[in-house]
Design a protein around this ligand. Structure first.
Ligand SMILES: [Zn+2]
Length: 501
């Protein structure tokens, strides 16, 4: 007696088909799982048996062999519990094989037969649709998340008995839970708003330019000046997530197991703030046996905030360069290689020196020359070269703050950012070009640049960055060409303003 149940293994962000084949033969009672299962899958034999028995079903006193095919794909996690249990029952005729072949099954079983949520349910549902399955049977906690995929029935079961009842035809598939567009329209938690920031008009202007152009930013200022709070506000001035962006982000969060049953979708631009002691694997992704997305991928389509950026390890800073350029990260370890999306706005924050007082007239810096020197060398690392805007955030005293109103609300700034992005898209559509702003510069702007000596002292890369920032400032102004004032403003956001090379 033989039965086959379709299931999936999630590798990186993708679901891959795994067939759970169960064969029952004579011989001493036994239950074997073969086909490159990890330890977690091997342990599932006990859970599966207990779950079947505790659901009031007989366990065959025969020799049972389960094969997970293809055998060269390493299987990890407890998601094969449900297909194994159903496969065993199907192999002695408890489940009709016809209906069973139309569904993908995935889910972890508890000893009492209840189902526990799995990672990657969204990817599994997308796979079920791609492969023209009628639907997907999975734990009820994953139901809303998988239900974001239209065109495939999603059956959320609380336990093995419910999954069995459905497959035996005793239960109808439930209707669609919630459409992705509705969840997106409803929005999420209200984050901090720039209206709550007093003063700091210059820094907020810098964030507006960064949001308009998608630039990476380093905020430099003493402790307590509000860098973190302002970084947290950045998502509120970026355009809202589109449905496809939201689904991309949700897929990453789903694989990481970070979605809740009642919050099945990422609806706001993510904001992730890893600590500077975080390992390279935690930030760029990795882990064993199956790789999980790191912070840079959890921040996909949103903001990765790295406070105390100079104190992250060289290894981390080095590892971030490639994903920042490419918008995706490839994680390679022995035995596997997966790619995770990593399109982020990077916001770093740094103190101006170790004591945090450098640049303050009231309270001068107390760092020794040696300490200052070693800190400054951290500030000129390879990743810091890639920060387009260096924004100074001064600490304002109580007297300076006295009488200051809050800043402009985020919603107003977001409107300008969205207008600038529309302007940029139209501009690029009308004149695709080679993207070289330098070649397009008008003669007076070119000679202005020459007078500032930016042309001689800049590397090609840093000049390119300067002009990209100027271009974003021009887009905010709706200007087809960059003018001198826009270049002058962009020059303020260069790191050599801090006397760094
Ligand atoms: Zn200092």
């Amino acid at each position: 007696m033989f039965a086959k149940v379709a299931s999936v293994a999630v590798v990186g962000l993708d679901a891959r088909r795994v067939d759970v084949e169960v064969d029952i033969t004579g011989g001493l009672p036994d239950f074997h799982v073969v086909g490159l299962p990890s330890t977690a899958v091997k342990e599932s034999r006990r859970r599966v048996r207990a779950a079947v028995v505790n659901s009031g079903r007989p366990w065959p006193q025969r020799k049972i062999t389960a094969n997970l095919a293809p055998s060269d794909l390493r299987k990890d996690g407890a998601g094969f519990d449900l297909p194994l249990a159903i496969g065993v029952m199907a192999s002695f005729g408890e489940v009709p094989l016809g209906p069973l072949s139309k569904y993908l099954l995935v889910g972890e079983l508890a000893l009492d037969g209840s189902l526990r949520p799995v990672r990657g349910a969204l990817a599994a549902a997308m796979f079920a649709r791609e492969q023209s399955f009628s639907g997907l049977v999975l734990p009820v906690e994953n139901h809303l998340e998988a239900g974001l995929v239209t065109g495939v029935d999603v059956i959320g079961a609380r336990n093995l008995a419910e999954a069995l009842a459905f497959l035996q035809g005793d239960m109808d598939p439930p209707g669609v839970a919630a459409a992705a567009s509705d969840l997106l329209a409803a929005g999420g938690a209200q984050g901090p708003d720039l209206a709550d920031v007093r003063g700091q008009a210059g820094a907020i202007r810098g964030l507006e330019i960064a949001a308009a152009g998608g630039h990476n930013v380093l905020m430099v200022g003493p402790p307590g000046c509000g860098k973190t709070m302002m970084a947290q506000c950045l998502p509120s001035i970026m355009p809202p997530l589109s449905e496809s962006e939201a689904l991309e982000a949700t897929r990453v969060w789903s694989v990481a197991g970070l979605l809740d049953a009642d919050r099945p979708m990422v609806v706001d631009r993510p904001f992730r703030a890893p600590h500077h002691h975080a390992s390279a694997a935690a930030i760029i992704g990795g882990g064993s046996p199956s790789p999980l997305p790191g912070e840079i991928s959890l921040a996909h389509r949103g903001v990765l905030f790295m406070d105390e950026l100079p104190f992250f390890s060289r290894l981390v800073l080095e590892a971030l360069r490639q994903p920042l350029e490419e918008g995706a990260i490839r994680v390679v370890r022995s035995g596997w290689s997966v790619s995770f999306p990593a399109s982020v706005s990077l916001v770093g924050a740094a103190n101006p020196c170790v004591c945090g007082r450098a640049g303050s007239l009231r309270d001068p810096c107390r760092c020794s020359p040696g300490r200052l020197e070693s800190y400054r060398s951290r500030l000129s690392g390879p990743l810091l070269d890639r920060m387009d805007l260096w924004i100074e955030v001064p600490r304002l005293s109580e007297e300076e703050l006295f009488g200051l109103q809050g800043s402009e609300p985020s919603a107003d700034i977001r409107r300008r950012v969205m207008a600038a992005r529309r302007f940029r898209d139209q501009r690029l559509a009308a004149e695709p070009g080679d993207g070289s702003e330098l070649r397009r510069l008008r003669a007076p702007v070119r000679s202005f640049l020459r007078r500032t000596s930016a042309l001689e002292t800049s590397s090609a890369r840093s000049l390119d960055r300067l002009l990209k920032v100027a271009r974003s400032i021009a887009d905010l102004a709706g200007a087809p060409d960059i003018d001198e004032a826009q270049v002058a403003e962009a020059l303020q956001y260069r790191r050599n303003v801090w006397g760094l090379p």
